[in-house]
Design a protein around this ligand. Structure first.
Ligand code: IMP
Length: 308
């Protein structure tokens, strides 16, 4: 089993206050840059500030003109130069951008106006959140890009491990919808897909699981991969595995997108894990809070104050 990818970032995040600010902290030269960095942080997009200077003109063996785009976004392999609306400055920047593109055709660079930020992020699959959803989200924990990368890795790993076999992927509704839909497209061995629905309830003080929709496939003698969105205490999973075992499959392993290991009570072995996450309530990519947020293309942390 490959080690799960940690979504935790190496670089310290700029605190996202959500409020406009007049103070521009180092290293930024303008408020617009600071604001852009905060938006990138909110969406979990890595960035570097002015990491590279491109020489544009030379005179007597020395660089006489150069250009340093404001940001580099490694995940998108994209340089971003922010513009203001001052016509004189924009014309000068346009000239430099043209030169840069001529001299360095392999470099992706764009000029971005403030009102274009969110459009750009939407284009790259980072949202934007609808205005009504923004206030409920603390931060993006795993970007759409990282989810897609990791799901592809899991699919490739399952395909290798099940070469020559024909497993059944069993998903547990409803949180798993996005994950299983993406995962199955990266599994290259013949595979069946089945879904079951359960409801967790607390009977006589002990959590139990009620089957709302059973499997349609007969799994007797078959290799089952139980696909879960998130394993928290592990109690739900434990009950489902016990139940599936009564149908006498040849084998059962678990593939979970998220593993909240810190809260584990029932120690269920997890064969495939997408990401280990901290003890936070997360939504998006199928996961809900009161049936909301399943449609977000990323996994985000819900604001603590919304939780009961
Ligand atoms: P467990 O039995 O404690 O492992 O709970 C697993 C179930 O709880 C998952 O299948 C989810 O439906 C739900 N759950 C646990 N943590 C979260 C979360 O952070 N966000 C959304 N649902 C969660």
């Amino acid at each position: 089993m490959a080690p799960p990818t940690s979504p935790l970032r190496r670089r310290a995040r700029i605190p996202v206050t959500g409020a406009p600010t007049e103070d521009v902290p180092a290293p930024f030269a303008h408020n617009a840059e600071y604001e852009f960095a905060r938006i990138l942080d909110f969406y979990g997009i890595d960035w570097q500030y002015e990491p590279r200077t491109f020489p544009l003109r030379w005179a007597r063996g020395h660089v006489s003109e150069a250009f340093s785009p404001d940001f580099y976004l490694p995940d998108l392999n994209l340089y971003v130069e922010l513009t203001t609306l001052k016509p004189g400055l924009t014309a000068e920047k346009n000239r430099k951008m043209r030169l840069l593109k001529e001299l360095y055709p392999e470099v992706n660079v764009i000029m971005l106006k403030k009102q274009d930020y969110l459009r750009l992020l939407a284009k790259y699959g980072y949202g934007p959140l609808s205005p009504g959803q923004v206030p409920d989200i603390d931060r993006v924990l795993i970007t759409a890009h990282k989810l897609q990368q990791r799901v592809a890795e899991l699919g490739a790993q399952i395909s290798r491990d099940y070469a020559g076999k024909e497993p059944v992927l069993v998903g547990v509704l409803r949180g798993v919808i996005c994950f299983i839909a993406d995962l199955v497209r990266h599994v290259s061995v013949p595979t069946a897909v089945d879904l079951m629905a359960i409801s967790s309830y607390d009977g006589n003080g002990s959590a139990a699981v009620r089957i709302l929709k059973d499997l349609d496939e007969n799994i007797k003698g078959r290799d089952v991969i139980l696909v879960e969105d998130i394993v928290d205490t592990g109690m739900t999973l434990n009950h489902i595995i016990e139940y599936l075992n009564t149908k006498r499959p040849a084998s059962i392993v678990v593939c979970t997108l998220l593993d909240k290991r810190a809260r584990r009570i029932a120690n269920v072995p997890l064969e495939y894990v997408g990401f280990e996450i901290p003890d936070e309530f997360v939504v998006g990519y199928g996961l809900d809070f009161q049936q909301r947020f399943r449609n977000l293309p990323f996994v985000a942390v819900l604001k603590h104050e919304l939780l009961p």
